[in-house]
Ligand binder design. Structure first.
Ligand SMILES: [Zn+2]
Length: 427
């Protein structure tokens, strides 16, 4: 291999008509930063005139060179530039001059296609667009343009939906139509299927009409949290689907209301404020997981006590808290043991002295009771989608917010590997 080819290979320039003269390499400071400069010449016999289209003949004349400084990917941590002298030709037919083209760089552009490709692959990592722009010596706008042009547009199969679906929502960008965006994924593989800007019912109905009836009727289970528009949506759009309420959201609902009750009671008992504050976790703990045999010292308490003693002391201070605690434990027990009859009985016959927070939660649970039965009979859960939502939060945070929902969605899909780089791209 000649020296010439070595350089072309090292710089990964896929261009046959490139020539390096002696002293092709030097260093120079541009805006105070040391750049590695490679000087090359591009020259070949063109097939035709790019201005008028006439086939190359004797009347074509060489017409000097035009120099363009092209940004190429960094070399050993240094910024690098390819100073390319492009041959110009004069066409006597139309009396116009034209410059030879190359696949190193697109016409009228000063960023090499290698750099663009590198930026496109970096977009799959959890990095902000601004950081990618700084690292590659380009502007953030260029990064956005590359994102738009290098990636395929999303393909949605309107004839196919998986058997198990998960629905969830996440807080979207400010410019999005709804405050919350809708996120749907496959309940078995956990793969994201699509993200919809607005989770409101009319928008979702419109969205699901995109899928044909056959695809929608194939869906057997849909796992949701307790957001009632989903129920109407599923009844309307998915004729054969059973609704499953996510288990995690059930426990979350009641533990939140118990916690709110504790805070309310805590304000009433100034003397025991610290105890309520310190042992909040014990109150939420399932009763049968509380330790009843180990006696030890507790901060804020004088005598030796067990875990259950601490909890009993706190709940016995106030009847409202006590009753709320009892029903919380009963519901938790029924959920844990997947005992539908017990749950139904507990929800329908509770002590009227429980806190208003718990009353609201019970009302919600009663409303969703028929679907909770499905939760007990199936092992599907929303775990994946909650993980996916965390992932989305990370992307949102590293980017310090996205202005447009379209870009935000594209970035999520790229990072998840759902959008692939196009074979031929023009940016
Ligand atoms: Zn011409």
């Amino acid at each position: 291999m000649s020296n010439q080819n070595y350089i072309i290979n090292i710089l990964n320039l896929k261009e046959e008509n490139l020539f390096f003269k002696e002293n092709f390499y030097y260093e120079s400071k541009i805006k105070g930063i040391t750049h590695k400069i490679f000087e090359a010449y591009l020259s070949y016999k063109p097939t035709h005139c790019t201005k008028c289209g006439v086939i190359f003949d004797d009347s074509f004349e060489k017409h000097g060179f035009i120099i363009s400084n092209i940004k190429i990917p960094d070399i050993s941590g240094f910024k690098a530039i390819l100073k390319l002298h492009k041959q110009r030709y004069l066409c006597k037919h139309c009396n116009k001059a034209f410059t030879l083209s190359t696949n190193i760089v697109n016409y009228g552009c000063f960023i090499s296609n290698n750099t663009k490709y590198k930026i496109a692959t970096e977009l799959t990592k959890k990095r902000s667009e601004k950081d990618i722009a700084i690292d590659n010596n380009v502007s953030p706008n260029t990064v956005e343009r590359i994102m738009d042009s290098y990636y395929e547009t999303q393909k949605l199969y309107k004839h196919h939906l998986p058997e198990v679906l998960c629905f969830d929502e996440f807080k979207s960008v400010k410019s999005a139509d709804g405050a919350m965006s809708f996120h749907m994924c496959d309940g078995i593989t956990g793969q994201t299927i699509d993200i919809v800007e607005d989770r409101r019912l009319d928008k979702l109905i419109k969205y699901f009409f995109y899928y044909d009836y056959k695809a929608r009727s194939k869906v057997k289970f849909i796992i949701i949290d307790m957001y009632s528009p989903y129920i109407s949506l599923i009844k309307k759009m998915f004729p054969n689907a059973s609704i499953i309420i996510d288990k995690f959201h059930l426990t979350q609902l009641i533990s939140r209301s118990l916690n709110k009750t504790r805070i309310m009671i805590m304000k009433k008992f100034k003397k025991h404020h610290r105890k309520f504050k310190r042992y909040w976790k014990l109150i939420l703990k399932s009763r049968d997981e509380l330790d009843i045999s180990k006696w030890k010292r507790w901060t804020c308490f004088d005598p030796l006590m067990t875990e259950s003693d601490v909890v009993d002391f706190l709940i016995n201070l106030d009847d409202e808290l006590k009753q709320t605690y009892i029903i919380y434990q009963n519901i938790l027990h029924a959920l844990k043991n997947k005992n539908y009859d017990l749950l139904k009985q507990t929800l329908n016959s509770y002590n009227p002295n429980i806190s208003s927070y718990m009353k609201i939660s019970i009302k919600t649970l009663l409303e969703f009771l028929p679907f909770i039965k499905n939760t007990f009979n199936n092992n599907y859960h929303n775990g994946y989608i909650e993980g996916n939502n965390n992932f989305i939060k990370v992307i949102k945070r590293i980017a310090f917010g996205f202005r447009s929902f379209r870009r935000f969605k594209a970035r999520i899909m790229i990072c998840k590997g759902l959008l692939k780089i196009k074979k031929i791209a023009n940016a």
